[in-house]
Design a protein around this ligand. Structure first.
Ligand SMILES: [Zn+2]
Length: 319
């Protein structure tokens, strides 16, 4: 029997740029290219670079002799599944309510599937990453925004406010004030933006450590820089990760009590540059607060697919 060489095209729309790739049956990225994310344009102009990149991928697949099973897309927002349209994509509002899935299917004569970025990353981890073999999976992603997805026996739970982009999930009654007017929303406590604000406060306080010296020497803040300093034992960086880990632990605790998952996967490009530090803090917070029964049921693990989780996952419904 010949090996299955079929692939799916995957499009991951991101804030800075969009990645278009061919994903094979084992969840591997076989070929990839990038397209510009154009903001503030009408839908047709926004989609034009993505469609050109899809054309390129289809030509490449044909040259390789790989049958293409369909086109999957990951969008940074929410979707209306029944109308097959994006609902709210705050980055690219011209796509809101645009008949995107129909356009892809009629242009390419292939099945298409739209996913929110959080659900796509969950699908990637569930099929090819840290979620393999578990029945009840909870996925939390922490980067510029915080997202959550929950799957039982392969089915997404969507009928709750605790999944999707959950930036305003309340974690504490105190904490910094959020853009929504409340205090203690999760995005103000653990997002990339929250990390940066904690660092800025340390600089303003006049804390003198390796991290603050680098920033005063005009290096730019990034989660990688913070993680690098924490690995070298920088006291401000360690203190920030301790705080973030405790808040994330409190949020995780809420989720574990609510969903009783068998595995909790933490992903995203923010705090997880220092995954070991943050995960150990989350595990110890969880041990202290959750009921012993729930705590013994759940494994807390980092995502396996890294930055490719949503790219790989967007193709899963078509493979
Ligand atoms: Zn808020």
């Amino acid at each position: 029997m010949s090996r299955d060489t079929s692939v799916a095209v995957s499009v991951e729309i991101g804030g800075e740029r969009t990645t278009v790739a061919l994903i094979d049956q084992q969840g591997r990225v076989r070929h990839r290219c990038h397209a510009k994310t154009l903001r503030g344009r009408p839908a047709t102009a926004t989609l034009e670079p993505y469609l050109r990149s899809i054309d390129t991928m289809l030509v490449f697949a044909r040259e390789q002799g790989w049958p293409v099973q369909g086109i999957g897309m990951s969008l940074p927002g929410s979707l209306e599944q029944t109308t097959r349209r994006p609902l709210t994509v705050s980055l690219l509002p011209s796509l809101n309510n645009f008949p995107l899935q129909d356009l892809l299917e009629s242009r390419y004569h292939l099945p298409a599937h739209l996913n929110s970025d959080v659900d796509a990353a969950m699908l990637g981890e569930q099929c090819f990453g840290a979620g393999r073999g578990f029945r009840r999976l909870l996925f939390l992603t922490v980067s510029a925004v915080v997202g959550a997805a929950f799957v039982v026996d392969g089915q997404f739970e969507r009928s709750t406010q605790y999944v999707g982009h959950v930036c305003h999930l309340s974690v504490t009654a105190s904490g910094p004030r959020c853009s929504c007017g409340k205090r203690g929303c999760i995005n103000t406590l653990v997002s990339t933006d929250a990390l940066q604000k904690m660092v800025q406060r340390a600089v303003r306080r006049g804390d003198e450590t390796s991290l603050t010296r680098r920033l005063l020497n005009r290096e730019y803040f990034s989660p990688q820089l913070l993680a690098e300093e924490a690995a070298r034992g920088d006291s401000v960086s360690l203190q920030i990760y301790g705080e973030v880990g405790r808040w994330l632990g409190a949020a995780v605790n809420k989720y574990v009590d609510l969903f009783e998952p068998h595995v909790l996967i933490l992903g995203g490009g923010g705090v997880l540059y220092a995954a070991d530090l943050v995960l150990s803090q989350v595990r110890s917070t969880l041990g202290g607060q959750s009921s012993a029964r729930v705590c013994s049921m759940v494994e807390v693990v980092p995502a396996c697919l890294g930055r490719d989780a949503a790219l790989v996952g967007a193709a899963v419904p078509l493979l």
